[in-house]
Design a protein around this ligand. Structure first.
Ligand code: DX5
Ligand code: ZN
Length: 217
Protein backbone atom coordinates (compact mmCIF):
# COMPACT_ATOMS: atom_id res chain seq x y z
CA UNK A 1 0.00 0.00 0.00
CA UNK A 2 1.29 3.43 -0.88
CA UNK A 3 0.90 5.62 2.16
CA UNK A 4 1.01 9.01 0.48
CA UNK A 5 -1.39 8.20 -2.32
CA UNK A 6 -4.08 8.96 -3.09
CA UNK A 7 -3.92 12.57 -1.96
CA UNK A 8 -7.40 12.26 -0.45
CA UNK A 9 -8.37 8.95 1.12
CA UNK A 10 -12.01 8.02 1.66
CA UNK A 11 -12.27 5.37 4.38
CA UNK A 12 -15.83 4.16 4.92
CA UNK A 13 -16.45 2.83 8.42
CA UNK A 14 -17.89 -0.66 8.48
CA UNK A 15 -19.63 0.21 11.76
CA UNK A 16 -22.53 1.59 9.71
CA UNK A 17 -22.74 -1.45 7.40
CA UNK A 18 -25.27 -4.27 7.56
CA UNK A 19 -23.69 -6.57 10.18
CA UNK A 20 -25.53 -9.59 8.77
CA UNK A 21 -23.70 -9.14 5.43
CA UNK A 22 -20.27 -7.77 6.35
CA UNK A 23 -18.33 -9.57 3.61
CA UNK A 24 -20.67 -8.35 0.87
CA UNK A 25 -20.61 -4.84 2.29
CA UNK A 26 -16.81 -4.75 2.27
CA UNK A 27 -16.77 -5.92 -1.35
CA UNK A 28 -19.45 -3.40 -2.36
CA UNK A 29 -17.59 -0.47 -0.87
CA UNK A 30 -14.44 -1.39 -2.78
CA UNK A 31 -16.39 -1.52 -6.07
CA UNK A 32 -17.92 1.85 -5.18
CA UNK A 33 -14.49 3.54 -5.11
CA UNK A 34 -13.43 3.54 -1.45
CA UNK A 35 -9.67 3.80 -0.75
CA UNK A 36 -9.42 2.14 2.67
CA UNK A 37 -11.82 0.23 4.89
CA UNK A 38 -12.07 1.72 8.41
CA UNK A 39 -12.69 -0.87 11.13
CA UNK A 40 -13.91 0.34 14.53
CA UNK A 41 -13.06 -2.03 17.36
CA UNK A 42 -14.91 -1.25 20.62
CA UNK A 43 -14.71 -2.99 23.97
CA UNK A 44 -17.53 -1.57 26.13
CA UNK A 45 -14.85 -0.24 28.49
CA UNK A 46 -12.82 2.45 26.72
CA UNK A 47 -16.01 3.41 24.90
CA UNK A 48 -19.62 2.67 25.87
CA UNK A 49 -20.27 0.30 22.95
CA UNK A 50 -19.10 -3.11 21.72
CA UNK A 51 -18.51 -3.83 18.03
CA UNK A 52 -16.29 -6.61 16.67
CA UNK A 53 -12.81 -8.01 17.12
CA UNK A 54 -9.89 -9.55 15.24
CA UNK A 55 -11.70 -12.74 14.20
CA UNK A 56 -14.32 -10.77 12.29
CA UNK A 57 -11.65 -8.59 10.65
CA UNK A 58 -9.63 -11.65 9.63
CA UNK A 59 -12.71 -13.21 8.09
CA UNK A 60 -13.22 -10.08 5.96
CA UNK A 61 -9.73 -10.30 4.46
CA UNK A 62 -11.10 -12.60 1.77
CA UNK A 63 -13.83 -10.14 0.71
CA UNK A 64 -11.80 -7.09 -0.34
CA UNK A 65 -8.31 -5.93 -1.25
CA UNK A 66 -8.81 -2.55 0.43
CA UNK A 67 -6.23 -1.66 3.09
CA UNK A 68 -7.64 -2.25 6.57
CA UNK A 69 -7.46 0.89 8.72
CA UNK A 70 -8.02 -0.53 12.19
CA UNK A 71 -9.18 1.92 14.86
CA UNK A 72 -8.82 0.42 18.31
CA UNK A 73 -11.14 1.85 20.96
CA UNK A 74 -10.06 -0.68 23.55
CA UNK A 75 -8.14 -0.48 26.81
CA UNK A 76 -5.67 -2.00 27.25
CA UNK A 77 -4.82 -2.51 23.57
CA UNK A 78 -1.22 -3.71 23.98
CA UNK A 79 -2.05 -7.43 24.45
CA UNK A 80 -4.04 -7.51 21.18
CA UNK A 81 -1.75 -5.79 18.67
CA UNK A 82 -0.41 -9.04 17.21
CA UNK A 83 -3.93 -10.40 16.71
CA UNK A 84 -4.88 -7.37 14.62
CA UNK A 85 -1.67 -7.59 12.62
CA UNK A 86 -2.42 -11.25 11.97
CA UNK A 87 -5.99 -10.29 11.00
CA UNK A 88 -4.58 -8.29 8.09
CA UNK A 89 -4.41 -4.69 9.33
CA UNK A 90 -2.46 -2.27 7.12
CA UNK A 91 -2.48 0.30 9.88
CA UNK A 92 -3.39 0.23 13.56
CA UNK A 93 -4.54 3.38 15.34
CA UNK A 94 -4.60 3.49 19.12
CA UNK A 95 -5.92 6.14 21.46
CA UNK A 96 -3.45 8.34 23.33
CA UNK A 97 -5.89 8.16 26.26
CA UNK A 98 -5.83 4.35 26.37
CA UNK A 99 -2.20 3.91 27.45
CA UNK A 100 0.39 5.32 29.83
CA UNK A 101 3.13 4.30 27.46
CA UNK A 102 2.23 5.70 24.08
CA UNK A 103 5.83 5.86 22.90
CA UNK A 104 6.47 2.20 23.70
CA UNK A 105 3.14 1.14 22.19
CA UNK A 106 3.78 2.95 18.90
CA UNK A 107 7.26 1.48 18.66
CA UNK A 108 5.74 -1.97 19.17
CA UNK A 109 3.13 -1.43 16.46
CA UNK A 110 5.71 -0.25 13.93
CA UNK A 111 7.98 -3.15 14.78
CA UNK A 112 5.31 -5.49 13.40
CA UNK A 113 5.57 -3.76 10.02
CA UNK A 114 2.15 -2.10 9.99
CA UNK A 115 1.55 1.65 10.00
CA UNK A 116 1.06 3.26 13.40
CA UNK A 117 -1.61 5.84 14.17
CA UNK A 118 -2.64 7.86 17.21
CA UNK A 119 -6.24 8.90 17.81
CA UNK A 120 -7.15 11.88 19.98
CA UNK A 121 -10.48 12.25 21.74
CA UNK A 122 -12.13 15.67 21.44
CA UNK A 123 -10.89 16.80 24.88
CA UNK A 124 -7.28 15.71 24.25
CA UNK A 125 -5.11 18.56 22.98
CA UNK A 126 -3.27 18.32 19.67
CA UNK A 127 -0.03 18.68 21.63
CA UNK A 128 -0.42 15.04 22.81
CA UNK A 129 1.30 13.98 19.56
CA UNK A 130 4.22 16.39 19.86
CA UNK A 131 6.74 13.94 21.30
CA UNK A 132 5.75 10.93 19.21
CA UNK A 133 5.77 12.51 15.75
CA UNK A 134 8.80 10.41 14.77
CA UNK A 135 6.87 7.23 15.61
CA UNK A 136 3.61 7.78 13.74
CA UNK A 137 2.22 7.46 10.23
CA UNK A 138 -1.24 8.83 10.99
CA UNK A 139 -3.09 11.06 13.44
CA UNK A 140 -6.81 10.44 13.83
CA UNK A 141 -8.63 13.52 15.07
CA UNK A 142 -11.89 12.39 16.63
CA UNK A 143 -14.51 14.86 15.51
CA UNK A 144 -17.15 13.25 17.76
CA UNK A 145 -16.80 11.47 21.11
CA UNK A 146 -15.99 7.88 20.11
CA UNK A 147 -18.40 5.01 20.62
CA UNK A 148 -21.20 5.50 18.13
CA UNK A 149 -21.82 6.26 14.50
CA UNK A 150 -24.25 8.89 13.33
CA UNK A 151 -23.22 11.71 15.69
CA UNK A 152 -22.77 15.37 14.82
CA UNK A 153 -19.35 16.82 13.85
CA UNK A 154 -18.15 18.84 16.86
CA UNK A 155 -17.98 22.54 15.96
CA UNK A 156 -14.49 23.25 17.36
CA UNK A 157 -12.98 20.39 15.32
CA UNK A 158 -11.59 22.62 12.58
CA UNK A 159 -9.26 24.39 15.04
CA UNK A 160 -8.07 21.05 16.41
CA UNK A 161 -7.36 19.69 12.93
CA UNK A 162 -5.43 22.87 12.08
CA UNK A 163 -3.36 22.54 15.28
CA UNK A 164 -2.49 18.94 14.38
CA UNK A 165 -1.57 20.05 10.86
CA UNK A 166 0.79 22.72 12.27
CA UNK A 167 2.53 20.11 14.43
CA UNK A 168 2.77 17.58 11.60
CA UNK A 169 4.24 20.12 9.18
CA UNK A 170 5.56 18.41 6.06
CA UNK A 171 6.24 15.04 7.67
CA UNK A 172 4.74 12.03 5.83
CA UNK A 173 1.95 11.68 8.40
CA UNK A 174 -1.66 11.37 7.28
CA UNK A 175 -4.29 13.41 9.09
CA UNK A 176 -7.52 11.50 9.46
CA UNK A 177 -10.85 12.81 10.73
CA UNK A 178 -13.42 10.48 12.23
CA UNK A 179 -17.01 11.22 13.20
CA UNK A 180 -19.84 13.20 11.67
CA UNK A 181 -18.16 13.49 8.27
CA UNK A 182 -20.70 14.30 5.55
CA UNK A 183 -20.63 16.15 2.23
CA UNK A 184 -21.19 19.32 4.32
CA UNK A 185 -18.46 18.81 6.95
CA UNK A 186 -15.84 17.15 4.70
CA UNK A 187 -14.79 20.49 3.11
CA UNK A 188 -14.33 22.03 6.60
CA UNK A 189 -12.04 19.15 7.59
CA UNK A 190 -10.18 19.29 4.26
CA UNK A 191 -9.50 23.02 4.47
CA UNK A 192 -8.20 22.59 8.03
CA UNK A 193 -5.70 19.97 6.84
CA UNK A 194 -7.32 16.50 6.88
CA UNK A 195 -6.43 14.11 4.06
CA UNK A 196 -8.19 10.93 5.24
CA UNK A 197 -11.96 11.09 5.69
CA UNK A 198 -13.66 8.35 7.69
CA UNK A 199 -17.40 8.16 7.08
CA UNK A 200 -19.91 5.64 8.39
CA UNK A 201 -23.48 6.84 8.02
CA UNK A 202 -22.61 9.17 5.13
CA UNK A 203 -21.61 6.12 3.07
CA UNK A 204 -23.11 2.87 4.38
CA UNK A 205 -26.26 4.73 5.45
CA UNK A 206 -26.90 5.76 1.84
CA UNK A 207 -28.56 3.80 -0.92
CA UNK A 208 -25.90 4.45 -3.58
CA UNK A 209 -22.39 3.92 -2.14
CA UNK A 210 -20.64 5.19 -5.26
CA UNK A 211 -22.58 8.45 -5.21
CA UNK A 212 -22.03 8.83 -1.46
CA UNK A 213 -18.24 8.43 -1.82
CA UNK A 214 -18.16 10.82 -4.78
CA UNK A 215 -20.09 13.40 -2.71
CA UNK A 216 -17.36 13.30 -0.03
CA UNK A 217 -14.63 14.00 -2.60
C1 DX5 B 1 -16.91 6.44 16.23
C2 DX5 B 1 -16.13 5.67 15.17
C3 DX5 B 1 -16.38 6.15 13.81
C4 DX5 B 1 -17.81 6.01 13.35
C5 DX5 B 1 -18.11 7.17 12.47
O1 DX5 B 1 -16.51 6.05 17.49
O2 DX5 B 1 -14.75 5.78 15.43
O3 DX5 B 1 -15.48 5.58 12.88
O4 DX5 B 1 -18.07 4.83 12.66
O5 DX5 B 1 -19.46 7.16 12.14
P1 DX5 B 1 -20.16 8.38 11.43
O6 DX5 B 1 -19.42 8.66 10.15
O7 DX5 B 1 -21.55 7.92 11.21
O8 DX5 B 1 -20.07 9.55 12.37
ZN1 ZN C 1 -13.29 5.11 13.82
Amino acid sequence: MSWNAPELVIAPSLLAADFARLGEEAGAIESAGADWLHLDVMDGHFVPNISFGPAVIKALRGSTRLPFDVHLMIEPFEPYIDLFVDAGAAGITVHAEATRHLDRALEAIRATGVKAGVALNPATPASAIENVLHRIDLVCVMTVNPGFGGQKFLPNSADKIASVKRLVGDRPIRIEVDGGITAETAPIARVAGADVLVAGSAVFGQEDYRKAIAALR
